[in-house]
Design a protein around this ligand. Structure first.
Ligand SMILES: [Zn+2]
Length: 339
């Protein structure tokens, strides 16, 4: 598609567009996607994109989405390139660079959203622009969607588009964020492709006890009961191992690339028992990521109990965020927790 002469030009243009997108402050909550959407509109217009080939749809003031389309001959169903333009809030005191400055230093672009996911969006936009400029004949439409509200509930973004403008985003395949992170194993670089996402299930653990005055403690304080239950979960370390076919395929393909004796040992990890032993022993971020890939995870996040410091409550609750390996159900994870 693109000859070697202008790949460099495309990269420069991608970086320039990414910098502009980072400079648009689209923090969500509260959510304010309009500035980024106007930048994409401007880029498309300057590239000569006809005004009837893109739509800007608004779900609320400043909460806008842009969907553009390059037509194929219709023999195949569309491909959707989807990227959200909102970003999570920043704690400025922890930043060494202006999070909305879009500085490019030593080949690195700095800013909130550079990874999640204005970087991806700038790349999708570039592919889209290059396809358009080079007038490549396509079998399927290629649809670019710059969407709002991924970080805080989808109401103004993908949910709104699917419910109210489905015809704009209907596609056979979609590419979006996640997965494409470079991993280094010695000198080997691995680029992963994400094909599925863990499911989410929120549970509430509730302990009942006997209320009373805090000045006369008794053994039925539900705060202690809840704490004991949570401590049991902590000590268990992790739930049972589930090795999905996709995970095993990734393991095999990745290990074939790693030229080390360790690479051939990965066949052993097709055994859930051996994988369980490995994740029990692996420390640090690597161990945490591997555990999350092969088990249903549980993270207690919110605690609720009592309303006064001098009163023993009758109920104590913990909200638990669970993430499910593809193929697992909320019932499965509840069963595993009770074991
Ligand atoms: Zn994201």
């Amino acid at each position: 598609m693109t000859d070697l002469m202008n790949i460099k030009q495309s990269v420069n243009e991608t970086v320039g567009n990414l910098v502009r997108l980072i400079q648009a402050e689209t923090v969500n909550p509260p959510g304010n996607e309009l500035p980024a959407i106007l930048i994409i509109k401007d880029i498309l217009e300057k590239a000569g994109f006809p005004p009837d080939a893109f739509n800007i749809v608004e779900s609320a003031p400043n909460r806008v989405n842009l969907v553009a389309r390059i037509k194929g001959d219709g023999t195949e169903r569309p491909l959707l390139l989807s990227g959200h333009v909102d970003v999570v809030p920043v704690e400025r005191e922890y930043w060494s660079h202006n999070p909305f400055g879009g500085e490019v230093l030593d080949g690195v672009v700095w800013g909130r959203g550079a990874l999640d996911m204005k970087g991806f969006l700038a790349m999708y936009l570039q592919v889209f622009l290059d396809l358009f400029r080079q007038n490549i004949p396509l079998k399927r439409d290629v649809v670019l969607a710059a969407i709002a509200d991924e970080e805080a509930g989808f109401t103004h973004g993908s949910k709104f588009l699917v419910e109210q403008h489905r015809e704009l985003v209907n596609a056979e395949y979609a590419l979006t964020e996640g997965g494409a992170i470079t991993y280094y194993f010695g000198k080997t670089k691995l680029y992963t492709i994400q094909v599925a996402e863990k499911g989410v299930c929120w549970l509430r653990a509730r302990a009942h006890g006997k209320p009373g005055h805090a000045s006369i403690p008794h053994s039925e304080n539900p705060v202690f009961t809840l704490a004991q239950a949570l401590e049991k979960l902590r000590q268990a370390g992790h739930l049972p191992v589930h090795l999905s076919p996709t995970f095993l395929k990734m393991l095999d393909v990745a290990s074939a690339q790693i030229r080390s004796p360790l690479g051939s040992l990965t066949k052993l990890l097709h055994s859930p028992v051996l994988m369980g032993i490995l994740i029990d022993r692996m420390k640090g971020d690597g161990g945490n990521i591997l555990r999350a890939l092969v088990t249903n995870t549980i993270s207690p996040t919110l605690l609720h109990a009592g309303s006064k410091v001098n009163v023993i409550p009758s109920v104590a609750e913990a909200d638990i965020d669970c993430r499910l390996v593809p193929g697992q159900t909320p019932e499965d994870v509840k069963r595993e927790i009770h074991k």
